[in-house]
Design a protein around this ligand. Structure first.
Ligand code: C2E
Ligand code: MG
Ligand code: MG
Length: 600
């Protein structure tokens, strides 16, 4: 059929309206099927359908008694309904000049009645139709019923597109719609069949908040606009793209897509995007890919797996990352640990043993062999899972707001213990580990000095250990706190020295008195000439800068002797003692009479 210009224009707008609804080629849906079944029943006819008129086909969103999901538009009565926006009744197709030779009539259909599906904007999308294999009339009541059912279909379509189904910014179906469509997919696809889904995240939460702060909210719209255009241009051609959160989009790959090829395709997409969009300087998009089983994998599991894959990609700094069970187990454990640690912290009372407690490892003066202090180390025993190493949970806590309360608890408990020991005549320096993030708290120094005052402790009885790598991440910010602490007389040590790529010039400017050489450099020096020279050079360098040197992880006499020969001041390690609970620590000291004298 050749359309005249105004009608051609109308047809283009009508098709655009239809496509915007994201209905074409979507899986069957119970909410439409219910209406179609009712239509067949009301008319007592074998065939009923919700038929949408695409450019050259009638596509059935819902159908009863028809096998195909589409038929050619040409000579289809539903196409006439769409063209004329009027109800069409053909009592007998064989009696009708226009439809006598149509495909429908050829397949045995005699009766047709279709009511137009009209949007609130006035576009006719297709027809709610009933068909029979015998010629038939239609009563006024039946006409009314068909119109009502068409209105019900439209209600459903518009409901889907209304608030709660469509993201207002991008116009794409949202998370709710994804969940519905995902469930409906089971009706259209063999049960248990494997399919691939992808989640595209256009910006990380930090990037988003930085961009918002620097450029304002309209910039976010711009980033999203660019992303949506690119997604629609490539992915939107074969899959529905869902906008599930401000920066995230999900889609399901076409059936039969190969996982490896798909990941490569996604990598290419990211590369093309990075080369073309203006937001590339402030955002880095990532894609998570996961396999799911139709009708078996719950939507919540798929979304969680996709998020897990994106998160893993962010940690590994790769653009596309495939969900893996092993990685997921690691992330789940981390999440669980953070939650459980929160509960442990809530119930922890400083100085009283609960899930959290402190253990103490002596520091030995290498020249005299005397114990000159101890390091307090945090221990967490989970009621079911047992002991969890600080090497595992501290890095996780450091990324949360719980860090402040954790360090408070450790400091307070250490001070309670120090005060107790001093009252018993054991005056020593106790070192506590703090995170570099703590040094960014504006009141950290005041709180710490207040604690010392409350417990009647001199500032010199407390030392703080801060890991070198953490210190280097934000050196200038931490410097003010470090200077204030040093000025108050609190001793400061750089922990794990040698692992953080410090600038020597910077090291010299820090008000630090002690450098603790990381265990990695110390372990095995007896058998490794190069390691020995390296440790000697580190000791010399630290001494030249005016620092005292402590070696960590000393496990054998040989290592202790070599360190002493290299000029190292103090040592800590299993050779002398493992970290011990307070009572065991005092007993250990008691068994070394010289030390007790040295400490009083
Ligand atoms: P770190 O401060 O460098 O502590 C030294 C670690 O080496 C401790 O592990 C200690 O038990 C272990 N160690 C001591 N001597 C030896 C030895 O001879 N051989 C071997 N193989 N290991 C030895 P731990 O207690 O598991 O603590 C690990 C890390 O967790 C600490 O490293 C510290 O960075 C962090 N950490 C521990 N407690 C706290 C805390 O209260 N707050 C903060 N922020 N971090 C803490
Ligand atoms: Mg330490
Ligand atoms: Mg260390």
């Amino acid at each position: 059929m050749i359309l005249s210009p105004p009608r051609a224009h109308h047809e283009a707008s009508r098709l655009e309206a239809l496509r915007k609804l994201n209905l074409l080629d979507t899986p069957p849906s119970e909410s439409f099927d219910r209406i179609t079944r009712m239509a067949a029943q009301v008319f007592n006819l074998p065939i009923a359908a919700v038929s949408l008129t695409d450019s050259n086909r009638q596509w059935f969103k819902s159908r009863v008694g028809v096998e195909h999901d589409s038929i050619p538009r040409f000579q289809a009565p539903c196409g006439q309904v769409a063209d004329e926006s009027e109800m069409l009744v053909v009592p007998d197709l064989l009696d009708d000049d226009h439809y006598r030779d149509s495909l429908l009539a050829g397949s045995g259909v005699r009766f047709y009645a279709g009511a137009p599906l009209i949007t609130t904007d006035g576009y006719c999308l297709g027809a709610m139709c009933v068909l029979g294999t015998e010629p038939r009339g239609i009563t006024e009541a039946e006409r009314e019923a068909l119109r009502d059912m068409a209105a019900m279909v439209m209600g459903q379509i518009e409901l889907r597109h209304a608030i709660g189904r469509v993201d207002p910014l991008s116009g794409l179906p949202n998370r709710n719609q994804f969940i519905d469509d995902f469930k409906d997919m089971a009706a259209d696809c063999p049960h248990g069949k494997q399919r691939l889904a992808a989640l595209v995240n256009l910006a990380s939460p930090e990037q988003l908040s930085n961009a918002l702060r620097a450029m304002g909210p309209s910039y976010l719209d711009e980033i999203m606009g660019e992303g949506v255009r690119m997604l629609n241009a490539s992915i939107g051609q074969h899959s529905t793209v869902y906008h599930i959160s401000p920066t995230e989009f999900v889609f399901v790959a076409p059936p039969g897509t190969d996982a490896v090829e798909f990941c490569v395709e996604m990598e290419n997409w990211l590369r093309r995007r990075a080369a073309s969009v203006t937001s590339r300087f402030v955002t880095s998009a990532r894609i998570g890919v996961a396999i799911f089983r139709v009708g078996v994998t719950p939507h919540a599991d798929l979304l969680r797996n996709l998020h897990s894959a994106v998160q893993h990609g962010a940690d590994q700094d790769c653009g596309v990352s495939m969900f893996s069970e092993e990685q997921d187990a690691v992330y789940r454990r981390r999440f669980w640990l953070v939650n459980e640690f929160g509960a442990a912290l809530d119930s922890a009372v400083p100085g009283r043993e609960g899930q959290l407690r402190l253990v103490f490892q002596p520091k030995i003066d290498l020249a005299s062999g005397a114990c000159i202090g101890a390091e307090a180390l945090l221990r967490w025993t989970h009621p079911q899972a047992g002991p969890v190493s600080p090497g595992e949970f501290i890095p996780l806590i450091e990324r949360t707001s719980m860090l402040r309360a954790t360090t408070n608890w450790v400091l307070e408990s250490a001070m309670v213990q120090l005060a107790q020991w001093r009252a018993q005549g054991l005056g020593m320096e106790l070192a506590v580990n703090v995170s570099a993030v703590n040094l960014l708290e504006p009141d950290f120094c005041i709180r710490l000095l207040d604690g010392l005052h409350r417990h009647g402790l001199p500032a010199s009885s407390l030392a703080l250990e801060i890991t070198e790598s953490a210190l280097m991440e934000n050196p200038k910010m931490a410097e003010a706190t470090l200077c204030a602490l040093a000025a108050a007389g609190v001793r400061l040590a750089i922990d794990d020295f040698g692992t953080g790529y410090s600038s020597l010039a910077y090291l010299q400017s820090l008000p630090v008195q002690v450098v603790k050489i990381d265990q990695g450099f110390v372990r095995g020096i007896e058998a490794d000439e190069r390691k020995r020279s390296l440790v000697s050079a580190m000791i010399k360098l630290a001494h030249d800068l005016g620092h005292r040197v402590v070696a960590e992880g000393v496990e054998t006499d040989d290592v202790a002797s070599l360190l002493e020969a290299a000029g190292c001041d103090q040592a800590q390690g299993y050779l002398y003692a493992r970290p011990m609970p307070p009572d065991a620590f005092v007993q250990w000291l008691d068994e070394r009479p010289l030390d007790v004298l040295a400490l009083v």
